[in-house]
Design a protein around this ligand. Structure first.
Ligand code: FAD
Length: 617
């Protein structure tokens, strides 16, 4: 089944995306306009992204002493993406946007992630500009966000520092008011920043006229000390090149210096940088500077001091669903490649007495049960993850355009489901990539086939946007408890509704019972984990909990998808329906039973790992 037909089924048959067109915000849209966006993105991805996926892996970004050099293909892909209008897909028509539901935007972006996940860094610019649209002043929107939406500027997110990755409360970049008139700058209260930002994706390049860094930094108190904790973090716009209030470059460079490039395992199409802010390499003399010599990177405050993380988190759900989709699409790319390979690679004979008879013709490896197992595992992980991502995207639309009650429910469901939407594909679609290599045998371990690159590219997703461990602690330590467990109860209601529907159909009744039992196990384990009320007891096994929770959510998603009538009776639709039914059966027979082992250590508050003495390793 092609990606497009899978998306069409999930969007229109399962999620009823067309119903969104009844909402005032989306009234101008129709199935035709949605399809036009999907068609355009599918074509650009096919023409400008897919052919260059290997090239951007082998021709890593490099610094020639003056500039970061990226392949021409990256420039072309970036230009085509900007021209498609996708950078401002969600924005109002008056802002030059498409006013597109996020469900359709997420589905359309899936084509790019599958064709070449790292060649374009559009998601960062969109996230950056969307954040400014939510929290910036009118001039910040006009000068910075509008130019990012058009593709003239690009954006970054500068959170991490060498000593502050998972623990953002330890951010040490300092921001000091820039002279007496600092608060009157029309672009926002003006500060000078000093500090180092590590791992900054798309942090330096020549793809666009300017780069707009969104930087987390702390404003010292009257005693000169940095405020402690995350509440002291503020957010600043730090352009690489200074601009005037009309958005034109002033000709002066800001004090942001490239300290080095990181040489990565994968995702090499996107340059990754260590940036030094305010070290004095590019003094900005027009406003004086901290030492009178122009040192300090000029930054304009976004929102209120101390609200930096709150502003950043505004975009987190969509950013995390985006990471989940990236992991998913890399998984699907490996699935497609290994499926093609398995159909064409003759090796061995069917098991049984004739199996070793060399006079018999060999069979394609897809005939072997174990190869089918590996393919079904990939299909169930990746198509299941895609369905979950689109379900979450639909909740984002519900949150922004539904009735107040529906919006509130969607918000809370997203709180609980987002750690899963980000982490589950990162782990299991990576496992899918490993299986895709296995299906290829020795050939999969070479660079002559694309699957090793998919695995390397995918390995990032468990690390960025909150590591696996941090997401797990967020789920068990915060999300399932928040608002008195209301989010968990809402999810339980949705899972029970699917199980009840399945229970009425004899062919699905066993799955319905397994899903109900699995959810009961999750509920019991959640309670047992917190029985002593001590975070140390509960969170020691947060990752096994995340795994079991994720598998249960995916079992629910698969059953819900499988229950959806496919409507059409042509051969392709019938085959696709059988495929979904079998993938669901695979998930219930081979995957869901794993949760027992994961939940056992959670329920027992097992301290084997937590109590291991450091010097005994
Ligand atoms: C290719 C790439 C691109 C990136 N792009 C960006 C970007 O554009 N902007 C940006 O700001 N950042 C970016 N990052 C940074 C990324 O978000 C961080 O790497 C990530 O947050 C983890 O931080 P760290 O690397 O310092 O690891 P650490 O925080 O040191 O974590 C190391 C390990 O310890 C675990 N750990 C840490 N703290 C705890 C705890 N309290 N309890 C249990 N376990 C814990 C983690 O789960 C992890 O397994 C990028 C990273 C990479 C690799």
């Amino acid at each position: 089944m092609s990606l497009r037909s899978t998306l069409d089924f999930l969007l229109y048959q399962w999620l009823d995306a067309e119903a969104l067109n009844q909402r005032p915000r989306f009234l101008d849209h129709s199935r035709e306009t949605f399809d036009a966006v999907l068609d355009t993105c599918e074509r650009i991805a096919r023409e400008k992204y897919a052919p260059f996926n290997r090239l951007v892996d082998t021709q890593e970004p490099h610094f020639d002493g003056h500039k970061v050099i990226l392949p021409q293909a990256t420039h072309d892909a970036q230009k085509a993406y900007a021209e498609s209008g996708m950078l401002s897909a969600a924005q109002d028509f008056e802002q030059g946007g498409m006013q597109l539901p996020y469900t359709i935007e997420a589905a359309a972006n899936a084509f790019f992630a599958m064709a070449s996940v790292s060649i374009g860094s559009g998601m960062l610019s969109t996230g950056n500009a969307n954040l400014l649209m939510a929290h910036g002043t009118p001039l910040q929107k006009g000068v910075f966000a509008r130019n990012e939406f058009s593709g003239r500027f690009s954006g970054t997110m500068c959170l991490s520092e060498p000593q502050a990755g998972s623990s953002l409360s330890d951010v040490a970049t300092r921001a000091l008011p820039d002279g007496e008139g600092f608060a009157q700058d029309p672009l926002g209260a003006r500060y000078r920043l000093r500090g180092n930002k590590m791992w900054i994706s798309a942090g330096d390049h020549e793809l666009t006229e300017n780069i707009i860094h969104l930087v987390l930094a702390k404003i010292p108190g009257p005693d000169g000390q940095l405020p402690v904790g995350t509440r002291g973090i503020s957010l600043f716009i730090v352009p690489k090149k200074l601009v005037n209030t009309a958005g034109a470059l002033t000709g002066e460079r800001n004090d942001v210096a490239l300290a080095g490039l990181n040489h990565k395992l994968g995702w090499r199409g996107t340059v990754n940088t260590l940036l030094n802010f305010g070290e004095g390499k590019y003094p900005v003399c027009s406003t004086g500077g901290l030492d009178g010599k122009g040192a300090g990177a000029v930054g304009y405050l976004v929102g209120q001091p101390g609200e930096g993380l709150r502003c950043m988190f505004h975009m987190m759900n969509e950013a995390r669903i985006g990471v989940g989709i990236a992991g998913t699409m890399l998984g699907l790319a490996g699935y497609e490649a290994s499926l093609d390979y398995a159909k064409s690679r003759p090796q061995g004979r069917p098991a049984g007495p004739a199996g070793k008879d060399a006079s018999q013709p060999q069979v394609p490896i897809i005939e072997h049960a174990d190869v089918k197992r590996m393919l079904l595992a990939q299909k169930s992980y990746c198509e299941g993850a895609l369905a979950l991502a689109l379900y979450c995207a639909r909740l984002v639309d519900e949150q922004h355009s539904g009735t107040p009650e529906a919006a509130d429910e969607a918000r809370l469901l997203l709180e609980v489901l987002t750690p899963i939407a980000k982490s589950w594909p990162s782990e299991w679609c990576l496992e899918a990539n490993s299986l895709a290599i296995q299906v290829h045998g020795g050939y999969g371990y070479t660079r002559d086939f694309p699957v090793e690159q998919y695995w390397r590219d995918n390995r990032l997703n468990m690390i960025h946007e909150g590591t696996h461990g941090i997401q797990a602690m967020d789920l068990l330590g915060r999300k399932v408890l928040m608002e008195g467990g209301r989010g968990l109860a809402l999810l339980a209601g949705r899972i029970q509704a699917t199980a009840a529907q399945a229970q009425k159909r004899p062919e699905w009744a066993a799955h319905a019972a397994a899903l109900t039992a699995a959810w009961q196990q999750i509920t019991d384990a959640t309670r047992a984990a917190w029985a002593t009320g001590k975070p140390g007891d509960a969170l020691a096994n947060a990752v096994p909990y995340l795994q079991a929770f994720g598998h249960t959510v995916l079992a629910w998603i698969w059953l819900d998808v499988a229950l959806t009538p496919h409507g059409l009776d042509d051969a392709k639709s019938i085959a696709a329906n059988i495929g979904r039914t079998r993938a669901t059966a695979y998930f219930y027979h081979y995957e869901l039973p794993k949760i027992g082992a994961w939940l056992q250590v959670v329920t027992n508050r097992d301290q084997t790992c937590a109590d291991m003495p450091t010097d005994a390793f």
